[in-house]
Design a protein around this ligand. Structure first.
Ligand SMILES: C[S@@+](CC[C@H](N)C(=O)[O-])C[C@H]1O[C@@H](n2cnc3c(N)ncnc32)[C@H](O)[C@@H]1O
Length: 181
């Protein structure tokens, strides 16, 4: 009886002081880490908007496109299906592994690629186009990166968020298209 009570007490303490705080930390970490890496939290683009973004990008076969924060790879797969070479950078290793699985399942593994790396550490000079679903706090820094690194004529499609000083060439349903001068 005494042993049983001690076991229940230890179990209760473990749940209160270990399991609950761990679950809580894992949950809030998902919202904290993107800010540490100057990025957006994970919110997947809906299927409908993926289609619109790809259409607005007006990609030509064999052009190279980069997704800045590629999540589960859905934009990469859609872009690869349009004939692009699609490269994604994603900081969350769980999403990278999910994206690799999805890319393989979609049969896009020869034309869609994802790397577990911060997109801030990737030079964008070789890409013809960019897709991004970011957040307001990162757009100014992103605009400066585009100014420094993108080649003239490169297209940018941004889901929901605008670049602070560039004028969009087109806008549809809060999807903004920019062309690098
Ligand atoms: C709003 S989600 C968009 C995901 C995907 N592009 C889509 O449209 O479904 C933003 C993604 O960017 C990732 N992210 C945040 N900061 C990043 C960084 N510095 N480098 C790479 N990925 C980052 C997040 O983990 C998250 O998966």
């Amino acid at each position: 009886m005494g042993f049983y009570l001690i076991f229940l007490l230890v179990l209760f303490l473990a749940i209160v002081f270990v399991v609950i705080p761990l679950v809580f930390l894992v949950k809030i970490w998902g919202y904290v880490y993107p800010f540490l890496f100057w990025g957006a939290i994970y919110v997947p683009t809906t299927k409908e908007r993926v289609g619109k973004m790809v259409k607005l990008l007006e990609i030509k076969p064999s052009q190279t496109v980069v997704d800045l924060g590629a999540g589960d790879g859905r934009l990469l797969i859609a872009l690869a299906k349009e004939g692009a070479k699609a490269y994604g950078y994603e900081i969350n290793p769980l999403l990278v592994s999910k994206a690799r699985e999805n890319i393989k399942e979609a049969g896009s593994d020869g034309s869609a690629f994802i790397y577990c790396k911060s997109f801030w550490r990737q030079d964008l000079k070789d890409f013809d186009a960019v897709v991004v679903f970011g957040m307001k706090h990162m757009m100014k820094r992103l605009e400066k990166k585009f100014e420094r690194e993108l080649k003239p004529g490169a297209r940018i499609v941004s889901n929901y968020f605008t670049l602070p000083t560039w004028l969009p060439a087109k806008e549809e349903d809060k999807i903004y298209v920019y062309i690098k001068k």
